[in-house]
Design a protein around this ligand. Structure first.
Ligand code: ADP
Length: 481
């Protein structure tokens, strides 16, 4: 039989004598020491296999200080408490604190079988702890992998409660949905999907999501570190648009660069003529040249926007990051937005609470995103108002949310996800909207993503739209303020 080394930490001489007698009979090495730091050290040096902790070491009503014992170095040893029979409360608390078993004192009967039982229980506990650790690590890795996926993935409880969504899923459905029911929030249903409700294992299904795209989903059961079952679902976009996107990008790049040169020539020769270097001009000729100059200036702006959009969408851009208040960003764009809204006779309301944390962001780029989104709201609203709100959401390490809501034409459900695609514009026969190339939202989403944030939209056709920008809060400042 294997020989186990037993350490008793306590000052009850009767216990020491009884244990010594019983254990030497069984051939088990035994050491005793006072239940303090030095005692723990002694048990460590003795290389004990089990520790018997006398509850009399502790002040009345306190359980075994398992955490301190572990910290002091006795990491692997199961700890059983030695306790008088009437101290039921002490036993319960100690077991709850992590003790594996208890031995009654005075130690009259042979304590040996109880010590062996405690050793076995300790080994079992260690195996469970190890499995828990493995599960926890695996789940962390899994969440890490899911967060990098371009396609939506989420984790739910067996009761369909959303526990986790990766960024791609948040971009489709929105942030802050944790705790809600997946069938309701993701699939617009009042009851769980039959296929999911019936199956106890892996399930496959296809669905058209809120962004109008088709996905093939596969789900599997996983177990969390508390042993509870969770369901993980990962979707694959089966809408074939990646190739088209590539062609778009190459096209913009070629066309925009090719346009720059002739535009520069037009500008240069218009200037020469306006300066009279090619001969005297009549007033009428000057007026026509003015029109040419303004038009080529506008065209130049469009081309520069196209080039910038292409750089952003190909990832060829650098962020000039700094710690910012939300007001600093708003101050850049608000004048322009107010005057755009005034021209259309609609109002823009802004609500920013005083105590918002700061963000770490590129001021000009985030202002560009806000200008795009609020600009769209103004463009697509004929009456009513635009509300711009900022707020704090305590998720992850803190998110700042900027929401732009309008009472405009809204976006049909089947177009809602596609509006973030390059060149996508909703076709609406009833509404005439002059400007726009379908670039703003694609560029905005890329900029927000580069900041580690999320940009998503909600809308009801004919009623209005809401766009939300979630950005991570600047961490150090968040914890010190
Ligand atoms: P555009 O330059 O056409 O505005 P965007 O990428 O900014 O390009 O937007 C793409 C399309 O999304 C728009 O053409 C419009 O159809 C739709 N859209 C964006 N914002 C709104 C809004 N607030 N209300 C209604 N439709 C919108």
């Amino acid at each position: 039989m294997k020989v186990y080394k037993v350490a008793y930490l306590g000052s009850d001489n009767e216990v020491v004598l009884a244990l010594e007698a019983a254990l030497s009979k069984a051939g088990m090495p035994f050491v005793s020491a006072i239940g303090d730091q030095a005692g723990v050290k002694k048990a460590l040096e003795f290389d004990a296999d089990i520790v018997l902790w006398d509850l009399d070491n502790n002040p009345q009503g306190k359980p075994v200080p398992l955490e301190q014992i572990r910290k002091a170095g006795l990491v692997r040893q199961p700890v059983a408490v030695v306790v008088s029979k009437d101290n039921t409360e002490g036993i319960i608390q100690s077991l709850a604190a992590g003790a594996v078993d208890f031995v009654y004192k005075p130690v009259k009967d042979d304590p040996f079988p109880r010590i062996i039982a405690a050793l076995n229980a300790g080994q079992k506990q260690r195996r469970i702890d190890w499995y828990k650790g493995v599960i926890e690590d695996t789940n962390k890795q899994l969440h890490g992998i899911l967060s990098t996926l371009k396609d939506p993935a989420y984790v739910v409880t067996p009761e369909y409660q959303i526990l986790y969504m990766n960024r791609a899923a948040e971009e489709i459905f929105g942030e802050g949905l944790r705790g809600g029911a997946c069938f309701h929030l993701f699939y617009d249903r009042t009851d769980p999907c039959e296929i999911c409700a019936k199956s106890k294992g892996s399930v496959r299904w296809r669905a058209v999501l809120k962004n109008g795209k088709s996905y093939r989903f596969i789900s599997a059961l996983i177990r969390n570190e508390r042993g509870e079952v969770e369901k993980i679902a990962v979707g694959t976009d089966v809408t074939p648009d990646e190739e088209v996107r590539k062609i778009h990008k190459t096209f913009i790049s070629n066309v925009s660069h090719d346009l720059r040169t002739p535009l520069a020539a037009i500008d240069q020769y218009v200037n020469i003529m306006m300066d009279g270097l090619a001969g005297e001009l009549t007033d009428e000729q000057k007026q026509y040249l003015g029109v040419i100059k303004r038009s080529s200036f506008r065209l130049g702006n469009i081309v520069e926007n196209l080039i910038d959009a292409n750089n952003v969408l190909s990832g060829h851009f650098k962020l000039k990051m700094q710690v910012l208040t939300i007001e600093e960003i708003f101050s850049i764009v608000m004048d322009r937005l107010h005057s755009q809204a005034d021209d259309k006779g609609i109002t823009v309301q802004v609500q920013i609470p005083d105590d918002l944390p700061r963000i770490y962001a590129d001021k000009a780029r985030i202002a560009q995103v806000l200008a795009n989104i609020a600009g769209n709201s103004i463009k697509f609203t004929e009456q009513g108002m635009i509300q711009i709100r900022a707020g704090f959401m305590p998720r992850d390490e803190g998110r700042l949310i900027i929401s732009v809501e309008d009472t405009g034409i809204g976006i049909p459900k089947e177009d809602l996800g596609k509006i973030f695609e390059l060149f996508y514009r909703v076709e609406n026969d009833n509404v005439y909207v002059e400007e726009g190339a379908g670039l703003g939202l694609a560029v905005s989403r890329e900029i927000v993503r580069a900041h580690g944030g999320t940009l998503w939209a909600e809308s009801l056709e004919g009623t209005g739209s809401a766009f939300h920008i979630a950005l991570p809060v600047h961490k150090e400042l968040q914890s010190t303020e």
